[in-house]
Design a protein around this ligand. Structure first.
Ligand code: SAM
Length: 285
């Protein structure tokens, strides 16, 4: 789509003018390639509806792409005050479409910002990417409509954990909790050289589509307890690793149609839900 807006200075100029040298502590690796930011923005479905929330706009490369691709309402949450003037300039070029919020995305309730449907599109700061995701999954566990979609750039290693299948070494607690709530797909990889400065590892853009209802009606708390116990001792058999959760672990596991000698990584997400359901039942019994 052509940009009908006043020409904005190139991102490198913005970075130089506002002194936005990348800070490692804030996980700053900027995207300056318009083809790439455009591709990420186009990966997000229906940008024109509701609110697009971007965590960590930095100098605003992805933010420009989101606006350029037709997002009508973008709320960009940035912790680094140095970026605010550059973002204010961007907001002025797209009147009424970009709101810049100075703050820490770890403590802000993003699921309450702007109008529904809300979607998050972000090149996440890697040092806090899983902490951010866990917060958003908690919001989804409480309300499956909290976010309509999430299109997020992670380190490839995290993307592998999110999309892993049973039997994979990447399969773990984060996989189970994420797939319980969302359909997850890796869309494409991004090499380190695409960022300024380049990170040490490859990155992946991941699409998370929240299910209308979670895979099973269980509490997040029980699913967390079951996966923590099972994967905390992932080399042990279930009859051993789940001992602390069930009085008669072997009997419970068999009653649920599972194998007491199996190991955590052999169970499907639905299997973990069965165990969590039993834990929920025991708690209310
Ligand atoms: N979106 C920009 C891009 O793609 O070029 C920058 C992405 S950079 C990987 C991560 C951004 O998140 C940085 O701008 C950083 O300042 C910001 N950030 C780091 N921690 C944050 C936090 N807790 N809350 C909000 N933003 C944060």
């Amino acid at each position: 789509m052509d940009d009908p807006h006043p020409p904005l200075p190139p991102l490198r100029e913005v970075i130089a003018r506002y002194g936005l040298g990348a800070r490692k502590a804030l996980g700053q690796h900027f995207l300056l390639d318009l083809n790439l930011t455009g591709r990420i923005a186009r990966s997000a479905p229906s940008l024109t509806k509701g609110t697009v929330i971007e965590v960590g706009p930095g100098p605003g490369g992805l933010t420009r792409a989101l606006l350029n691709e037709g997002a009508e309402r973008v709320i960009a949450v940035e912790k680094d005050r140095r970026c605010l003037d550059a973002l204010t300039e961007l907001a002025a070029a797209y009147p009424d479409r970009l709101e810049v919020v100075e703050g820490d995305a770890l403590t802000l309730a993003l699921e309450q910002l702007g109008e529904t449907p809300r979607q998050i599109v972000s090149n996440l700061p890697y040092n806090i990417s899983t902490a951010l995701l866990i917060g958003w999954l908690k919001a989804l566990a409480e309300n499956p409509a909290a976010f309509a979609t999430l299109t997020l750039m992670f380190q490839k290693e995290v993307a592998e954990r999110l999309t892993a299948a049973p039997g994979s070494r990447h399969y773990g607690r984060l996989t189970v909790i994420t797939q319980w709530l969302c359909d997850v797909r890796t869309l494409f990889d991004v090499p380190p050289r695409a960022f300024t400065p380049p990170p040490k590892v490859t990155s992946s853009v991941v699409s998370l589509e929240p299910r209308e209802e979670p895979l099973a009606a269980v509490t997040l708390k029980s699913l967390e307890r079951v996966t923590a116990a099972a994967f905390g001792q992932r080399r042990k058999m279930l009859r051993q690793s789940l001992k602390s959760l069930f009085e008669d672990a072997v009997e419970t596991i068999e009653e649920l149609g599972l194998t007491p000698t199996a190991r955590a990584e052999q169970l499907s997400v639905v299997d973990f839900c069965k165990l969590a359901q039993r834990l929920d039942q025991n708690r209310t019994a």
